[in-house]
Design a protein around this ligand. Structure first.
Ligand SMILES: *Cc1c(COP(=O)(O)O)cnc(C)c1O
Length: 387
């Protein structure tokens, strides 16, 4: 019998998580209820933001952020090409035009240099937003990006699903991803592979009460209940969406959030074990570069493989790992190369994104893994790559 496959990521659901959901099922509210507020407050406090607004998933979080900023059709939004589709698509949902930024080929992150280059391609459009992605869990150079964005008259929205729990230090100031000190908003996802899971689920954090109010409005149909109005009365100034996160799932989120520190410590320990075990595989295999200001809780264990030097293809490595019980994944195919975006914006040459894509592979990383699993994964990789 072949060994069970270690996936590249998976949730950790424990008995008390299940009990929390069962309790929520017996309560009065399955959807809008007190646990939504409780989860939002706990999340805001955990990441150090003034407000957190829960929503249906990480994609809805990005869409709500675009709606809260009132990005208009034809306005430009800068997105790094190495990210999940949703980071770019959210701009299109509101009619915005995506300008793809290149990334650093070693870290996969958008940098002030690659943002500066993207700014030269915005043209005559009004630039509204810059969306840095904390790829893998490492923090982008937020002050550097913020300064450039501000000069260009744009605000930042951090797409942060990979980086819940990540700490960073800029100029001796200790910060947390999600505290939104350099951005208008930060978005999160609670998809099962992310650091905490609610199945589907998302969150937007901000320090701006007006943005928080607008996020809440657009999350629920754009329905407003003016103060002092009749009890049945509501008004809609602009159509919103049903992007609510049910009370039921907020109960799971609250239970998971209480475990974030433990999950984070386990992810850090596993990443350190990977770092040691992978060192002898260099230079053909290297771990993605960690910027000096970043103290990450990694979501993804990305390695960069020089397939040419190893004399193997990525397909051979992926298949060989799978045959040895090790799952892997590619994060990501450059979004600017998707047929939809090529048709819309033509062929772009982003050499950093291409170099990252040519070499990246994500190995299994999740709290339920054992130290032996890391040894097993690296042993399999060593055999398959032949180093
Ligand atoms: C997961 C993810 C999303 C989308 O989140 P969903 O909850 O799956 O909609 C967006 N951006 C990034 C970077 C992600 O990793």
């Amino acid at each position: 019998m072949s060994p069970p496959i270690l996936p590249y990521g998976r949730q950790t659901i424990e008995d008390d998580d299940i009990a929390a959901v069962a309790e929520a099922l017996r309560a009065d509210f399955l959807t809008t209820g007190p646990t939504v507020d409780a989860f939002e407050h706990a999340f805001a406090e955990k990441v150090g933001a003034a407000h957190a607004v829960a929503c249906a998933n990480g994609t809805a979080a990005l869409h709500l952020a675009m709606l809260a900023l009132k990005v208009q059709p034809g306005e430009a939004v800068i997105v790094p090409s190495i990210t999940f589709l949703a980071t770019a698509n959210c701009a299109r949902y509101v009619g915005g035009e995506v300008v793809f930024a290149d990334v650093d080929p070693m870290s996969g992150l958008m940098t002030p240099d690659t943002l500066g280059e993207a700014l030269t391609r915005v043209g005559d459009r009004r630039l509204r937003a810059v969306l840095p992605v904390h790829l893998r869990g490492d923090a982008c150079d937020l002050p550097g990006l913020e300064a450039l964005a501000a000069t260009a008259g744009a605000v930042m929205v951090e797409d942060a699903p990979h980086a819940l729990g990540t700490a960073m230090t800029f100029g001796n100031v200790a910060e947390r991803v999600g505290d939104a000190r350099h951005s208008a908003m930060a978005t999160f996802s609670f998809h099962p592979v992310k650091t905490i899971a609610t199945g589907e689920g998302g969150m937007v954090t901000t320090n701006d009460p007006a943005l928080a109010e607008r996020l809440r409005l657009m999350r629920s149909h754009g329905m407003m209940r003016p103060q002092g109005a009749d009890p049945w009365w509501y008004e809609m100034a602009e159509p919103g969406f049903n992007y609510r996160l049910p009370d039921l799932l907020c109960a799971l989120g609250l239970s998971q959030l209480a475990k974030l520190d433990r999950f984070a410590a386990r992810r850090r320990a596993l990443a350190a074990a990977y770092g040691q075990a992978l060192a002898p595989l260099g230079p053909v295999v290297s771990v993605a570069a960690q910027p000096p200001w970043s103290d990450p809780v990694l979501h993804l264990m990305c390695v960069l493989i020089d397939f040419e030097a190893a004399g193997v293809t990525r397909r051979q490595v992926v298949d060989g790992l799978k045959a040895r019980g090790v799952g892997s994944q590619v994060h990501y195919i450059p979004v600017h190369r998707q047929p939809y975006y090529r048709q819309r914006y033509g062929d772009l040459d982003l050499p950093g994104a291409q170099a990252w894509y040519d070499r990246c592979l994500s190995l299994p990383l999740y709290p339920g893994m054992s130290d032996d699993d890391v040894v097993r994964v690296v042993g399999a990789l060593r055999a398959v790559v032949g180093v």
